[in-house]
Design a binder for this molecule. Structure first.
Ligand code: CA
Length: 265
């Protein structure tokens, strides 16, 4: 039987970003979500980086004059520790490596290195271009910069030692933002879209598209404040996946459900 599959919605949304035409690689799996838990989130947090550390979140926030690195209780959203950045810096993604927390800035070309326990600044380094998201794959730091290319950085020298060219159906997929390495794949927010994609780090191919439309209900939007979806964190110990957004009043624990393929003629 000859047939092909289309995946409505997600494909349309994402193909507009990538100008996908040639079906050169396997179709990604499309996932819908189910909300498992809803937790409070600080509406003053312009979320840029998010990950789970020992049962709490490490969260980095952006905007000049509002940028912070903080530890946050998962269930209550309570800020346990808060380290503000100097007003001139626009904070971006954060990652932990050994006893350090490494945090990017948007356009200053500077990353700050903090002691993981005290949050005291211990180092800084420069990089070319913009800083967006950060995660690690166990051997390298993985950094996004607004393009379709993820940089691989040596976690000791912070030198770029490689890159992953991210493609959707053979076409570059740009605006990769907050990142999270989960079970061998890189999850990435697409800036400005209610979408998270999963990336095979060995090929850069998009393997999955997570549709998060409607996650934050319209009635929960605060006019002039609530911004885009951003922030993915994974609690490996308890297999919990969290997502939130910039100045969102809520943070969600979600489960993913693969959408059944629809066969067409
Ligand atoms: Ca993350």
């Amino acid at each position: 039987m000859i047939g092909y599959y289309i995946i409505a919605g997600a494909w349309v949304a994402i193909s507009a970003l990538s100008n996908a035409s040639a079906q050169t690689t396997a179709m990604p799996v499309v996932y819908d979500y189910e909300i498992v838990n809803t937790f409070p989130h600080d509406t003053g947090a312009f979320t840029q980086g998010l990950f789970v550390e020992d049962g709490h979140f490490v969260e980095s926030t952006g905007m000049r004059g509002e940028s912070t690195l903080r530890r946050v209780e998962i269930e209550t959203g309570e800020i346990i520790e808060n380290h503000p950045l100097p007003d001139r810096y626009f904070g971006e993604g954060v990652v932990a490596w050994e006893n350090r927390l490494i945090m990017l800035t948007y356009k200053a070309g500077i990353a700050f290195v903090f002691d993981r326990t005290s949050l005291k600044k211990v180092d800084q380094f420069r990089y070319p271009g913009e800083g967006w998201g950060l995660t690690h794959n166990g051997t390298h730091l993985v950094m996004s910069d607004g393009t379709s290319r993820l940089r691989l950085l040596d976690p000791e020298t912070y030198d770029q030692v490689g890159a992953i060219n991210v493609t959707y159906q053979g076409q570059p997929l740009k605006y990769l933002n907050e990142l999270e390495f989960i079970n061998g794949e890189i999850f990435a927010n697409i800036y400005g879209k209610d979408l998270v994609v999963t990336i095979d780090p060995s090929t850069g191919h998009i393997t999955g598209v997570i549709q998060l439309s409607g996650l934050l209900k319209r009635e929960d939007f605060i006019a002039g404040k609530t911004d885009v979806l951003n922030g993915i964190a994974y609690d490996e110990k308890n297999d919990r996946l969290f997502v939130t957004g910039k100045r969102w009043p809520k943070l969600f624990e979600i489960k993913l459900r693969p959408r059944p393929l629809r066969e067409t003629k």
